[in-house]
Design a protein around this ligand. Structure first.
Ligand code: GLN
Length: 516
């Protein structure tokens, strides 16, 4: 599979036709998506028409744009006009949005060709795609394992070579964690950098759209296309969009990189296993409470990544960000609280599914009972409880204070460091059913949630393999609107990373343990 850069260059120059690029991707989907199930919908007909229009533009001497002829997959919670947008939920059955999300418009205006809508955990609630109402997506590296979630379909689509680019949404890690588990790059931009207009809301104060790509340069290209102020999203930041790609070659000389001690054990006596840099006792003064449940193979790769950056000229140290240890608890109060409010609109009146009842109230109840899956129902109940009059201060209020603490601790860390490093996911891709109890599943988000609480940008870059030869992702975090520095570091890490084997698109087939 060519990169998005190569495709756009060749299509713009008239050396390759967009329709041929598309047919290659459709062929791969035809052969392998029965196993992978990355897509809820493949929009082959619309895609053929769009690709032909790109070719016609080139033939007519017009420039289709920086993504000319690049097939792109959209997570199925991004509104696409006249095309089913399901959020992988029965409750949106039959619903077709009357408009395109701003990011969908931006991608297609840049010449990209929508190839389909990708599977997700229902309403983006989950970390494995096992909570999709349409059955799980499988990891192209091992079909017996999850691709991560909630944007598992988008990550698997890129990893499997079904499309060079995909978009997802990240509320608590749903771009970065699946990118990590599928061995690709995923970016959660600064909250407000990318318009959320047309993204079906889960937890509005966290939700952010971002790209998946096979390499950092393609991810930066897509980020540039979707970034920018949008008057249709009141939380959109009216800031100029930098040239993200220009940041890739800058080099890390002089940059200060802080390894988060709570998420790696760096800075703890004897705990650092990385190598000369973080193993140095002189750096062992920033030890925060180490969160448990982060696998040693993952931590080792992160510490090796830190060493690689030091060798490339960065100043690397260990830094404590104490509030990250409370991130999970705070997020799982605030996110369900916002979700309980956002999902109140699915009552059988305006969207999708309706189950008739004796009166309106019964119709509402029957529709929601039939339309939502168990995880979504659990979150709605949890969120409603956290917001109820008697408990508001104890739960929601307290969680908001933790959010403030997180902001404060990150500010302190960024006073000394330009970027922070941690694992993206505490483990490599796990088997279906392995994290069935909710707390175990929620712990997948330990390292990613803090940047959602703060609204800062963060991304995952593949860096070697862990258990069973499966990909490990390193997370790079940066202060608000610090995407350029983040990308500079990501590009350096990519240059230093051991080569990752291509996904075999093989392995265990048959039961996913998810009953569908
Ligand atoms: N796994 C987290 C959750 O279930 C994050 C999901 C997301 O980022 N959309 O809420």
């Amino acid at each position: 599979m060519s990169t998005a850069h190569a495709i756009a260059r060749d299509v713009r120059a008239g050396n390759r036709r967009a329709v041929d690029v598309l047919e290659d991707c459709l062929g791969r989907i035809e052969t392998h998506d029965g196993d992978v199930h990355a897509f809820n919908t493949v929009t082959a007909d619309q895609a053929r028409a769009a690709a032909a229009a790109v070719d016609a533009a080139v033939e007519g001497g017009r420039d289709p744009g920086p993504l000319a002829g690049v097939p792109v997959a959209f997570k199925d919670n991004l509104c696409t006009r006249g095309i089913a947008t399901t959020c992988s939920s029965r409750i949106l059955e039959g619903w077709q949005p009357p408009y395109d999300a701003t990011v969908v418009q931006a991608m297609t205006a840049a010449g990209a060709v929508m190839i389909g809508k990708t599977n997700l955990d229902e309403f983006a609630m989950g970390s494995s795609t096992e909570h999709s109402a349409f059955g799980p997506t499988r990891n192209p590296y091992d079909l017996g394992r999850v691709p991560g979630g909630s944007s598992g379909g988008s990550a698997a689509a890129v990893a499997a070579g079904f499309a060079p680019l995909a978009l997802g949404s990240d509320t608590g890690g749903s771009i970065r964690q699946p990118a990590s588990l599928c061995g690709i790059v995923g970016i959660k931009p600064t909250y407000g950098r990318v318009s959320r207009y047309g993204l079906v809301a889960f937890a509005s104060s966290f939700d952010q759209i971002g790209p998946f790509a096979a390499d950092v340069a393609d991810a930066a290209l897509a980020l540039g296309v979707i970034s920018g102020h949008d008057p249709a999203d009141s939380t959109s930041i009216p800031a100029a969009v930098p040239d993200f790609e220009a940041a890739l070659g800058r080099g890390v000389e002089g940059l200060r990189v802080g390894v988060v001690s709570e998420l790696t054990g760096s800075g703890r006596n004897g705990a650092a296993t990385g190598g000369p840099i973080l193993g140095d006792a002189a750096l062992g003064d920033a030890a925060g409470e180490l969160l448990d449940g982060i696998d040693a193979d993952v931590t080792e790769r992160v510490l090796e990544a830190a060493d690689a950056l030091a060798q490339a000229g960065a100043t690397v140290g260990s830094v404590s960000v104490p509030a990250v240890t409370y991130g999970l608890t705070a997020y799982y109060l605030i996110a369900p609280a916002e979700a309980s409010s956002n999902l109140a609109r699915y009552d059988g009146t305006r969207y999708g599914l309706r189950v008739e009842g004796a009166d309106v109230e019964e119709m509402n109840r029957m529709t929601r009972r039939a339309g939502f899956g168990d995880e979504v129902k659990a979150r709605i109940m949890l969120g409603t409880f956290a917001l109820s009059a008697g408990y508001y201060d104890a739960y929601y209020g307290k969680a908001q204070r933790v959010r403030m603490l997180t902001r404060r601790d990150f500010d302190a860390a960024y006073a000394d460091y330009d970027v922070l490093l941690s694992p993206t996911s505490p483990c490599v891709a796990f088997r279906f059913g392995e994290r069935a109890d909710p707390m175990t599943m929620y712990r997948c988000d330990t390292c990613t949630i803090p940047s959602n609480l703060s609204g800062d940008p963060a991304m995952s870059v593949p860096f070697g393999t862990g258990a069973e030869g499966l990909p490990v992702g390193v997370q790079i975090m940066a202060p608000a609107l610090g995407e350029e520095t983040m990308l500079t570091v990501a590009a350096a890490l990519e240059r230093a990373a051991p080569p990752l084997p291509k996904p075999p698109l093989a392995g265990v087939t048959g039961s996913t343990g998810a009953g569908s």
